[in-house]
Design a protein around this ligand. Structure first.
Ligand code: AMP
Length: 249
């Protein structure tokens, strides 16, 4: 089985996000970037499927500026067999990514496409669903457990009050949730080996895809600052304030 894993380069989750002064977006220059955490989980799952000899080849793909090469290098060190960079200079939106991944899937013919359930920069949670719709493939989202059984995958996902299990016929699109696995760190020898592996570049022209933004960012602002708390002298003042100021009772 061939698995395609979509890995997005995002601002590292430890970085305190700064909004640009003109409100056009968030500051990305001189900011630590990393692989989207949900995509690390998707890649880890693919590597585990290869270790179980269910998967033969893992292809990591990243869409975006030249920085994606670093993310793909990391994907190779973690265990991807091949890496494909699709250069796009503008901000990539979920529908654009889904169209690009569809074109790639038509060329590569994977039996499984793994994506994170969401990218932590836009929090869209849309790309996997759009991709499945464009390909007309079954989809299972927010995977907590994946078992591949011949021509189908059994996927459990956490829902309110329990687990929901669905069977999807392969080829399928699966998006991964946080508790699916604990991604491994790339070992030093694998990091060294990954440096020698080539990263393929495929242009939108080569994929015969044209993309245009369907969304326009109007304004980006910081969340409102939290107001300082106050100390009340007794319970009756608390109740009084909750009633008159907070209007919650
Ligand atoms: P989103 O729908 O934007 O929340 O993203 C969901 C998933 O789609 C991510 O976790 C990635 O697996 C994939 N994805 C989104 N954007 C990209 C990108 N530019 N390059 C590669 N994969 C992406």
């Amino acid at each position: 089985m061939k698995i395609l894993v979509a890995v997005k380069r995002v601002i590292d989750y430890n970085v305190k996000i700064r909004v640009k002064a003109d409100g056009s977006g968030v500051e990305t220059s001189n900011v630590k970037m990393s692989m989207n955490p949900f995509d690390e989980i998707a890649l880890e799952e693919a590597v585990r499927l290869r270790e179980k000899t269910i998967a033969k080849e893992i292809i990591a793909v990243s869409i975006g500026n030249a920085g994606c090469n670093e993310t793909l290098r990391n994907a190779l060190a973690i265990g991807a067999d091949r890496a494909i960079h699709i250069p796009v200079d503008q901000d990539v939106q979920p529908l654009m990514v889904a169209k690009i991944l569809k074109a790639l899937a038509v060329n590569e013919k994977p039996q499984l496409i793994l994506l994170g359930k969401q990218a932590i920069d836009d929090d869209s949670n849309q790309t996997g669903q759009m991709l499945a719709a464009l390909l007309d493939w079954p989809q299972a989202t927010c995977a907590f457990k994946i078992d591949v059984l011949q021509d189908k995958a059994r996927v459990a996902c956490e829902i309110d009050g329990g687990l929901e299990t669905v069977d999807v016929t392969l080829p399928a699109v699966i998006t991964t949730d946080l508790r699916l696995n604990q991604p491994r760190y790339a070992s030093l020898p694998n990091i060294m080996k990954a440096k020698k592996k080539p990263i393929e570049t495929l242009t939108l022209d080569q994929l015969s895809v044209t993309i245009r933004p369907g969304l326009r960012v109007v304004k980006v602002t910081e969340p409102p600052k939290r107001q300082a708390g106050v100390k009340v002298k007794d319970a009756s003042e608390l109740v009084d304030r909750l009633r008159k100021e907070a209007k919650v009772i």
